[in-house]
Design a protein around this ligand. Structure first.
Ligand code: M6R
Length: 610
């Protein structure tokens, strides 16, 4: 959840750390801080607020710290309010140690009590501060040994970076669960929670393994496991340019990412549908015989990924006839689901780091299930845990609201469902071909749809002051209704409810009256007439109707106050285009209200705590 950056070399650390933090703000932006070794002492500047506030604080300190070794942090609060005293880095009693941390130290209360009993004084409400005092408590031992001991003592998922005034050329870092990468430079080394933070300085990157401890000096990096055995880093040259992780001329990352959807879909489909419209998924490491032995599928995910998972349920069941259960990951992991070695569990996560989804697939694997992870982040924690990994290839997604990764998750699940149907003989070749052709048409269809984005946003802005919105859909349009409501809630702060259209009459219809906006997702399907009847019911109670309709649907148009048109597609493929007007709808309202679409309040891009 939080973002960590570290630099050790010969250049002034301050600007490297601050720039790195700016690229990590999507991980949390409650507070920010840096610690730089300056001669024989450590200078710490930190503040509640964003990296911009940190820059002001540094200016107020007259940019006092000129050293070439330091660590920085941007926080998403877990323990302790988002105020300056809880901002990282945290220090020990003598101010000789500074610590940054991502994750949760679950037994911090016990450690804190022991340290207080030993005479330490705490100045924050965080779990992190115990690490600084533990370093102090362990005295003059080499810092690497101390950090190994701390990793043994601390329970939970955590990544830490530590500097000590008596080690002026050293950062020691470690991780368990929470992500951490190291970068290799000439006469300098880098540390970060995520690659974009250090990409402008080096392209030679290695992922830090679980329970590994890393010592970074200007001369290089050494890694050990918790027993002190050396670990050889797997160094990779990162090909993406920094530009691809930046806004590229758009006002916000979210809008840029909406417009990147055709390319993201093309990349996600590459190599997966051949010229004969057969489906290929070599990454699914199952023989056809093993795939045929699967008798039940679970999909587990959170947030937007859960909505993609819900669509997957419809597609897998319809095309393979395998029963599919869909679960919110935080429910699945504690509800004792019935799993065995014939169960496939698909964990879906853009980041591959979501704590609940990661724990859910680990649980499923321990029960003997075959675990497939779908994620957008290569080498993410879920990718490393799973038996097979299917990557969406959407490129880095920085906006907190998922957009391009969602449509890529949808097509990846369509591909997986067709692939399973193909090898299980559940669909004939002609049907697979029709679906595959329609999927292949999606990047162009989305491109054309986005040419009308300004019109859709213009329509949406009429509803800037709306207070109550229902998003309704039936069948495979229901997950899209849920996703439309989530987008509006998270970036425009409008109370919005996604509901199955046919269920409204069982209660929620009591809320429908003049002034309520109903967004109906009513693309052509075998339920189309029923959805229109449900929309009639809303209209009869004076709701305003904004409808997503398939081009040419005059019957739907007759009902609607506003229409966003999407191209014709088979029922199970249509969600990919149907969601795009809803992304634009939420974006336009958020912007019209003057909100920060990329960093909505109370949210973080990656949720690595329970
Ligand atoms: O990285 P994940 O896909 O596992 O993240 C799951 C949710 O936190 C995420 O989809 C969240 O709901 C987004 N902010 C939605 O836009």
């Amino acid at each position: 959840m939080c973002g960590i950056v570290g630099y050790v070399g010969t250049k002034p650390a301050q600007s490297i750390l601050v720039n790195g933090l700016a690229r990590l703000e999507y991980r949390g932006y409650d507070s920010a801080g840096i610690a730089i070794i300056d001669g024989s002492k450590i200078g710490v500047t930190k503040t509640a607020g964003r990296v911009a506030d940190l820059i002001s604080s540094i200016a107020a300190d007259q940019g006092s710290y000129t050293g070439s070794v330091g660590i920085g942090h941007t926080r998403w609060a877990t323990h302790g309010a988002p105020v300056t005293k809880n901002a990282h880095p945290h220090s020990d009693c003598s101010q000789n140690v500074a610590v940054v941390h991502n994750g949760i130290i679950e037994n911090y209360m016990q450690l804190r009590d022991e340290l207080i009993a030993a005479g330490h004084t705490f100045t924050s409400d965080t779990d992190t501060e115990v690490v600084a005092h533990l370093v102090e408590q362990m005295g003059d031992e080499p810092l690497e040994i101390i950090v190994r001991n701390i990793m043994e003592k601390a329970e939970g998922a955590l990544a830490i970076g530590v500097v000590r005034a008596s080690d002026p050329d050293l950062i020691v870092a470690a991780r368990r669960g929470s992500p951490l990468v190291i970068g290799f430079g000439d006469g300098e080394s880098f540390l970060a929670s995520d690659i974009p933070a250090i990409l402008e300085h080096t392209r030679r990157i290695a992922i830090v393994g679980d329970d590994n401890v890393v010592s970074l000096t200007p001369g290089g990096v050494s890694i050990t496991d918790l027993a002190g055995n050396p670990v050889e880093p797997v160094v990779r040259d990162i090909e993406w340019d920094l530009e691809s992780a930046e806004r590229g001329g758009y006002d916000d990352f979210m809008l840029k990412e909406i417009y990147e959807q055709p390319k993201a879909l093309t990349d996600t489909l590459a190599g997966r549908i051949d010229d004969h419209y057969r489906i290929h998924l070599p990454e699914l490491d199952l023989t056809p015989r093993e795939a045929r032995a699967i008798d039940k599928v679970f999909v587990v995910a959170c947030g937007t990924s859960y909505h993609a998972g819900l669509m997957a349920k419809y597609a897998i069941e319809r095309w393979t006839r395998l029963p599919v259960e869909i679960d919110i990951a935080s429910e699945f992991r504690y509800r004792d689901p019935v799993l065995d070695d014939r169960t496939m569990v698909i964990g879906m996560s853009q980041s591959g780091e979501t704590a609940d989804t990661l724990a859910a697939i680990e649980y499923a694997q321990a029960q003997g299930a075959y675990v497939v992870a779908t994620t957008n982040v290569v080498d993410s924690s879920m990718a490393r845990v799973a038996d097979s990994v299917l990557y969406t290839r959407a490129g880095p997604e920085i906006g907190v609201a998922s957009t391009k990764t969602f449509v890529c998750q949808l097509v990846l699940m369509q591909i997986l469902a067709l692939y399973l149907a193909q090898i299980r003989g559940a669909l004939d070749g002609a049907t697979v071909e029709v679906m595959a052709k329609s999927i292949r048409a999606l990047p162009d269809q989305v491109e054309k749809l986005l040419e009308r984005a300004d019109d859709i946003m213009e329509q949406a802005r009429k509803y800037t002051d709306v207070k109550d919105v229902f998003f309704l859909g039936r069948g495979v349009s229901f997950p899209i209704a849920l996703e439309g409501a989530l987008k509006l809630k998270e970036i425009a702060y409008v109370r919005a409810e996604g509901y199955p259209a046919g269920e409204m009459k069982h209660g929620p219809i009591a809320l429908i009256e003049k002034g309520v906006l109903v967004v109906g997702v009513a693309t052509k399907s075998h339920l189309h007439a029923k959805t229109l009847s449900n929309m009639e019911e809303m209209k009869a109670r004076a709701a305003t109707l904004f409808m997503v309709l398939t081009e040419g649907d005059t019957e739907g148009q007759r009902l609607a106050d506003d229409v966003a048109w999407v191209p014709p597609a088979p029922e199970l493929i249509a969600p990919v285009t149907a969601v795009i007007p809803l992304q634009l709808f939420a974006y336009a309202i958020s912007k019209a209200k003057g909100l920060d679409v990329d960093k909505p309040r109370n949210l973080a891009k990656t949720v690595t705590v329970e």
